[in-house]
Design a protein around this ligand. Sequence first.
Ligand code: PLP
Length: 384
Amino acid sequence: MTARRLRSITPFHVMALLARARQLEDAGRSIVHMEIGEPDFVTPAPVVEAGIAALQAGHTHYTPALGLPALRAAIADDYRQRFGVEVSPERIVVTPGASGALQLLTALLVDPGSQVLMTDPGYPCNRNFVHLFDGEPLAIPVSAAQGYQLDAGLLRTHWTSRTVAALIASPSNPTGTVLPRQAMAELLEAVRERGGHLVVDEIYQNLYYADKPCTALALGDDVFVINSFSKYFGMTGWRLGWLVAPQAFIEPLDTLAQNLFLAAPTPAQHAALAAFEPGTQMILEQRREAFRQRRDYLLPALRALGFVIHREPEGAFYLYADCSRFTDDSFAFAHELLETAGVAITPGIDFGRNEAARHVRFAYTTSLDQLQLGVQRLAEFLQC
Ligand SMILES: Cc1ncc(COP(=O)(O)O)c(C=O)c1O
């Protein structure tokens, strides 16, 4: 028998879809992948070289649980340079991906029965992390008109005596929308009034296509901010992220990190030092531009096919589309699309329950050529 909490922890539907796509590929079918939430680009060469050099130099032991001091300092420097925000390296905890940071945070803040507010649609693991610590995720339905984000008004409506934190992602997965600075400041104020915590997942922060999003760290020292080397830095497989926490929480986070995972991977931490070098930054900015071009192609192309994208995404690499013109079951639609047309997308159900059956997510984590092929196949499929 497994623990009871397993009943509340759901798998990603997209994983089954991905497995089926791979099966079809093994059988010789061509599949356009628009379901995958990771960049198609490999890790930039300077980072790979730094990783190899670290291994050759024997950097194969544990680092301190809070992370390599040089990396914590480099992350703090990056906040200063990119955003003009001063963050003490001591407040930075290096983690195994943003996933490690989310686990640390839920372990830190969530008691059995505690509630955490989040958006629906939203990143699916968030509710499961809360379940893992026997808390209660409160997924608040958010609409296009609300930019698919929580705001102070929604927070006031849904906060209860058991709520301990609000967790948002800006830019968001699956919608790519950004919470503007003023709205973020109001949200933080509302959280402060209630004696709770605001957690902002900024994993897509550097993948922006309009104004540069602010970091929530600019709003106060009491915000928890999560980030990662996975997406913008193209390092998903290295499993490296970080958490910026208020100073008073660093000691308990150290204790938790020591127990939960001892430390983030050492070679990855050394490699990541090269992620902030100008040569790497140049590569990453070219990639951001490539993502912008893909977005600028795919957004009007999908709209022309009849998908309704209510909000133009300002960041990340996703388009969250209303497919109700074609189906009232986006899950079946995604499966049929894969089987019939060889195009893989993610059904809305992976991101929550709020109008999930009318929505799908397209990820532009594949080349422009592939996106064009995908759109062509979609056009044929929809005419059948
Ligand atoms: C919003 C969001 N947060 C966190 C993660 C976890 O990323 P990682 O653990 O690779 O850093 C993801 C991955 O897709 C994500 O979309």
